[in-house]
Ligand binder design. Structure first.
Ligand code: SAM
Length: 845
């Protein structure tokens, strides 16, 4: 099979979906320029001060005191811009080489004196020169001709899915703004997605992204899975991307569509209650070699909801809103999500816990609680040797809790009235009031006491100590956690901890027997799987109890703020009236409306509001498709096709899933459809909707998303075009058979059956074409063979991008003379209705 994410993106259906939320940097709207042309706009400044913030983090000692001023100064400036080349893209090497050999030089001339020295440069710590930093603002890119070419390049490649612009940000205080005008740089982003890099994902891994929307890390995970996948095969692994929020799930689905992957399932659950999907023993004895019996993952990413104060540089209104309650309110949820992640992790698997918050209550305290609750089954990994060029600070071992203006060093200081809000797990020792009370009366008997019950069901800890009566220090090696601070490498702030599961988890609420060590709970004679299940159940019970203890109202309010903050795109004042953005917003709104409308029409599956997931087994349809396109019998269709419609007579789209996704789906059916699946697989066949569709011999066309996967197996309805004719098709979109330069090609096109076809860019002379083999560099597009002409079935953007890539590639190979134009008439009367539009994957649209 031809790769999915590998071997080229599909040529349509890739409209890049942008979030439509409010952009905080745009408030208030600046007044229009004055009549005389002077741009004397006055910028109303955001308050980038918050004394509570200063007091809090100074006291927590996240930095040396002498660094504070630099830290805050950087935090008040906008985040610079970066973009990442998607390594599984067919054109990743071409794009990197274009950056290295063309843009690095051509843009350098535009750097004015006194500014940064390098116009664009690769980020040293990111592997294989795949991540880049640029100093130019969008305004600069638009106004200057040399820069405009670069701007067009970035826009196009981002839309196509060949690069991802990670964060485009611009905030400016007046002084920063003036300084920037003088020094050339209203910068674009950095803050590459680091957490996925520490997951050490391999292409055969099952990866769970627990809180995945809007999907930038999911995209990166899929990119890694597809990266080393050869043409003719799909990766053995898969990504399960989950998010609680339906709207945000839709954003994620649109983001990841650019990846064209058959190895993704998007689900919509509370991460802390993510289903266990475990078969009963009596089922899995049947053919346990063939089928998975429990949904466990090799890698789990817990990029949890957080207060988000590491994103101050792109969300400046957070300066005003920030308060300690934001982190406190999320602590319990973060613990529960991470514990659920640990319980769904395979033994030997790796989990990354990450936040974009600096707060130890959301970070180190959560990690310490995971270690404590998992009783030695989960270890904190020392990753100091991984990504060595990424500057990071060690995690804290000691911190305090600030509640209602009072600093608390230990849970025993927490007034009774506040114990439903301030939890023992927020403190470095994690000790409850009872533990602390007992230990103060039983000096020297600490180990015995630790073996006993604690008031909240947590395992008492032996991994902590108090260094005086009020300040605690954790004995877990929390310095292995990483805090990335803005002034070290001009990023946002974030926190990462890498955990490894070394044994099955103990039953969390089980009472450890006296005298047994809690350091390592080895499976020994215990049944591992049963323990896992016990674990899952007990965690779920705990979830409810602990959640009840949290002020739910607070939590909801905080969460909704956070959702709001995290989703909004960041654009500068300059772009206030930008056409690009207006269009993007419009797109997002249209899609939101479409999705809402759809909900009403939906045929209900097991889950309310979600289309059913059905294995598609209609032999009559499939045989007609196979016969029409001459699809090789080797192509594994059996069990890999999905529809989202209960009524087999009205299936509009047929999706393709990888073997890994198929296995998960089979398990999901066996366990009573526990997974609420929002999106699955790759759209491969779509019912014709053109004027000629009804008279065409095959009622399904190949979707451009699915084309790269099935291409090596197609033997009919396929044409090989010379570079000149291929270019002519891209430029004119519809060409009469008689107008092709290569008359034989025109004849072959005329002899195809009416309907969908595939046009492959040939690589040389006719002899080469006969022995043609699909490989990683093969470029193919969907077409429509009409009565008198051939029409391309790709969007204008895709045509433009392909032309650009072709020019670069062919210029390098043959010199530009190879692409001599032959005048062709733009027929444009037959391909109507084929241009791909990104649509939600639900069937009943
Ligand atoms: C930090 S954002 C995730 C960002 C994402 N990983 C990315 O890279 O694009 C946190 C996400 O958690 C989701 N969320 C909040 N509470 C959740 C819960 N209980 N279960 C699952 N997801 C949740 C929010 O909707 C939000 O999309």
């Amino acid at each position: 099979m031809g790769g999915g994410g590998r071997g080229g993106r599909s040529r349509t259906q890739r409209k890049h979906f942008q979030q439509s939320r409010e952009n905080v940097w745009k408030h208030p709207k600046p007044p229009p320029p004055s009549q005389n042309g002077d741009d004397n706009r006055t910028w109303t400044l955001f308050a980038t001060q918050n004394s509570a913030f200063n007091e809090y983090y100074k006291e927590q000692r996240i930095l040396a005191s002498e660094e504070w001023d630099t830290f805050v100064e950087v935090l008040r400036t906008p985040l610079p811009a970066t973009f990442r080349i998607n390594s599984s893209s067919q054109f990743s090497a071409d794009i990197r080489s274009q950056l290295e050999n063309d843009f690095v030089q051509s843009l350098q001339a535009e750097v004015v004196e006194g500014g940064e020295r390098e116009a664009i440069r690769p980020l040293l710590w990111y592997p294989e020169n795949l991540a880049w930093h640029t100093i130019f603002s969008r305004m600069q890119l638009r106004k200057n001709q040399t820069l405009e070419r670069f701007h067009e390049f970035l826009k196009l490649e981002n839309e196509i899915g060949n690069i991802t612009r990670q964060e485009a940000v611009s905030m400016f205080s007046l002084s920063t703004f003036l300084a920037m005008i003088n020094s050339v740089s209203l910068k674009w982003l950095i803050a590459m997605q680091v957490p996925p890099l520490f997951l050490d994902v391999h292409s055969n891994h099952y990866v769970l992204d627990m809180c995945a929307a809007p999907g930038s890390k999911t995209f990166q995970l899929l990119d890694i899975i597809h990266q080393s996948c050869k043409v003719g095969s799909l990766p053995d692994g898969m990504v399960m991307a989950n998010d609680l929020d339906v709207q945000r799930c839709n954003l994620l689905i649109h983001q990841t569509k650019r990846m064209c992957t058959a190895n993704l399932i998007v689900t919509n659950h509370e991460a802390q209650h993510f289903p266990g999907c475990r078969l009963n023993r009596k089922h899995d004895t049947m053919d346990s070699d063939q089928h998975i019996s429990q949904l466990l993952f090799d890698r789990v990413l817990c990029d949890v909801p957080c207060s988000g104060d590491g994103t101050l540089r792109k969300a400046p209104d957070l300066w005003r809103k920030w308060n300690t309650g934001m982190g406190h309110g999320l602590h319990s949820l973060q613990v529960l999500i991470a514990l659920r992640g640990a319980s769904l992790l395979k033994v030997g698997g790796r989990m990354v816990y990450s936040t974009c918050s600096m707060n130890p209550i959301e970070n180190e305290a959560v990690v310490a609680e995971i270690l404590r609750r998992c009783g030695g089954s989960v270890e904190l990994v020392d990753v100091s040797h991984e990504l060595p060029q990424l500057i990071r600070r060690p995690g804290l071992r000691g911190w305090k809790v600030l509640d209602k203006g009072t600093w608390l060093g230990s849970y025993k200081d927490v007034p009774k009235s506040r114990r439903s809000v301030v939890h023992p797990s927020m403190f470095p020792s994690g000790r409850s009031f009872q533990d602390l009370f007992d230990s103060s009366h039983n000096v020297g008997m600490q180990n015995d006491i630790n073996d006993g019950d604690s008031e909240d069901g947590l395992q008492a800890t032996e991994n902590s100590m108090t260094n005086d009566s009020t300040e605690e220090v954790s004995n877990f090696p929390l310095e292995r956690c990483m805090r990335i601070v803005p002034h070290d490498q001009n990023t946002g702030a974030f926190f990462i901890a890498v955990l490894q599961k070394v044994y099955p988890l103990p039953a969390i609420q089980g009472k450890p027997k006296k005298g047994t060590s809690k350091k390592h709970v080895k499976p020994a004679s215990l049944d591992i799987e049963d323990k896992e299940v016990l674990q899952v159940d007990s965690l779920e019970n705990t979830t409810k109890e602990v959640l009840e203890a949290v002020s739910v109202a607070d939590l909801n309010e905080i969460e909704s703020n956070i959702v709001d903050l995290e989703v909004r795109p960041s654009v500068s004042h300059e772009e206030w009236n930008s056409g690009d953005e207006a269009r993007e917003t419009e797109n997002a709104e249209t899609i939101a409306r479409m999705t809402q409308g759809k909900r009403k029409l939906q045929i209900q599956g097991k889950w309310r509001g979600v289309d059913p997931v059905i294995f598609f087994k209609d032999d009559i349809i499939m045989n007609s498709i196979k016969a029409f396109y001459g699809i090789d019998e080797q192509f594994p269709f059996n069990g890999h096709l999905i529809s989202r419609n209960n009524d087999p007579n009205h299936v509009k789209r047929i999706y393709y899933v990888s073997k890994s996704v198929k296995d998960v789906l089979e398990l999901n059916f066996s366990v009573g459809q526990q997974l609420k699946i929002a999106s699955i697989g790759l759209k491969m066949f779509e019912r014709q909707s053109s004027r000629e569709g009804s008279s065409a011999p095959c009622s399904f066309r190949i979707s451009s998303e699915g084309l790269p996967v099935i291409l090596p197996y197609i033997t009919k309805q396929i044409l090989h075009a010379s570079p000149v004719d291929f270019k002519c098709l891209l430029q004119n979109r519809a060409v009469r058979f008689a107008d092709f330069v290569d008359t034989e090609f025109g004849e072959k096109a005329a002899n195809l059956k009416l309907g969908c076809c595939v046009v492959v860019l040939g690589k040389g002379n006719r002899a080469d074409l006969e022995s043609f083999q699909v490989d990683e560099s093969t470029i193919a597009i969907g077409g429509w063979k009409g009565r008198a002409s051939l029409t391309v079935m790709v969007t204008e953007t895709d045509c433009q991008e392909l032309l650009e890539r072709l020019l670069v590639r062919l210029d390098a190979e043959h010199g530009s003379s190879v692409l001599v134009d032959k005048q062709s008439n733009n027929v444009g009367d037959e391909g109507e209705g084929f241009e791909g539009k990104t649509t939600v994957t639900n069937e009943s649209s």
